[in-house]
Design a protein around this ligand. Structure first.
Ligand code: C2E
Ligand code: MG
Ligand code: MG
Ligand code: MG
Length: 293
């Protein structure tokens, strides 16, 4: 390999690398202004009680509407916010917005709704910040602490078990609910349930996807429900997309469900339309095929 070739290769790759670095810097710069520029928005996905087919709460899912890139997924920008050290700011904005909105809906007579907010592993580790903003937000929104639920993943807990245990303990002592998100995708799923008392398990969507075809997944759901019951925890199943999946889930005895079958995450104004009909009518008439006489 000649010197000239080596140089060519170097020159061939360098611009691309530079473009990537510039891209990333641009994204970081834009994200650092996203809150003040009012570019973040919360979407809400209904959480439905299996027992009475009503919306009992919602999960807040953040969206970034970038002026030129359009809608950026949280999967893409939450990690950037974590790397940049601004995840606490994003998290505080989300929590504040979510609780403010919930207060409005409770005041409008849509019931004692529960709001579920996702927590980054870093927020869990920096608990002073979190505890402080939680106190502020609950006071300002006058929500009952039991109406607020945080979702944390298994890996978030296991990244930093000692800190996580402290943070979760403080939150739970205040009455705030804790749910384990994406349950079954992380590691040591079973052992830590005893050490980290939580209120709810959210079974990951991947176990639901081919519930229709694979018996193995039904057995997993059944086992998790059994396990959760022995620990006194509730079970949520997320990612229900078909009536068949719903029927299978109902027969496994889970408590609540979410999924595109009911609704995708939607803007607040659209969610309010769902809430309006929820007051008078069960969410979905075809619910498990047995919702009405
Ligand atoms: P997650 O907390 O597990 O949220 C569930 C994700 O599954 C959401 O994606 C939701 O749109 C999607 N989903 C719900 N039902 C279905 C279904 O039936 N089928 C399919 N295919 N997907 C379904 P989304 O909104 O893109 O959020 C992705 C992840 O980003 C979330 O996963 C959560 O980990 C993170 N995230 C979202 N908002 C926040 C936030 O405010 N703070 C933090 N720290 N993370 C967030
Ligand atoms: Mg979640
Ligand atoms: Mg999840
Ligand atoms: Mg997830």
């Amino acid at each position: 390999c000649s010197k000239a070739e080596g140089r060519n290769r170097y020159h061939f790759f360098e611009p691309r690398l530079q473009v990537e670095v510039q891209e990333r810097k641009a994204l970081e710069r834009d994200l650092s202004h996203a809150i003040e520029n009012d570019e973040l928005e919360l979407f809400y996905q209904p959480i439905i009680d299996i027992a009475n087919h009503k919306i009992i709460g919602m999960e807040a899912l953040v969206r970034w509407f970038h002026p030129s890139r359009g809608q950026v997924s949280p999967v893409d920008f939450i990690p950037v916010a974590e790397r940049m050290g601004i995840i606490a700011d994003v998290g505080r904005w989300v929590l504040n917005q979510a609780c403010k909105q919930t207060r409005q809906w409770v005041d409008a007579g849509y019931g004692e709704l529960t709001i579920s907010v996702n927590l980054s592993p870093l927020e869990l580790a920096r608990h002073e910040d979190l505890i402080e903003s939680v106190g502020d937000v609950l006071e300002r929104s006058r929500l009952n602490p039991t109406q607020l639920q945080f979702e944390v993943t298994e890996s978030a807990v296991m990244d930093n078990p000692r800190e996580a245990a402290i943070t979760l303990g403080i939150l739970r002592n205040q009455g705030i609910r804790i749910a384990i998100d994406d349950f079954g995708t992380g590691y040591s799923s079973l052992a830590y349930l005893k050490r980290f008392p939580v209120d709810k398990i959210k079974i990951d969507r991947s176990f639901i996807i081919d519930l229709d075809s694979r018996d193995g997944n039904a057995a997993i759901v059944r086992a998790v429900v059994f396990l959760a019951r022995s620990f006194g925890m509730a079970v949520n199943v997320e990612g229900i997309e078909t009536e068949m999946q719903l029927e299978r889930i109902v027969s496994e005895g889970v408590d609540e469900v979410q999924g595109f079958y009911f609704s995708k995450p939607i803007p607040a104004s659209d969610f309010e339309v769902l809430l309006k009909s929820n007051v008078t009518t069960p969410f979905d008439v075809s619910f498990g095929g047995n919702s009405r006489p």
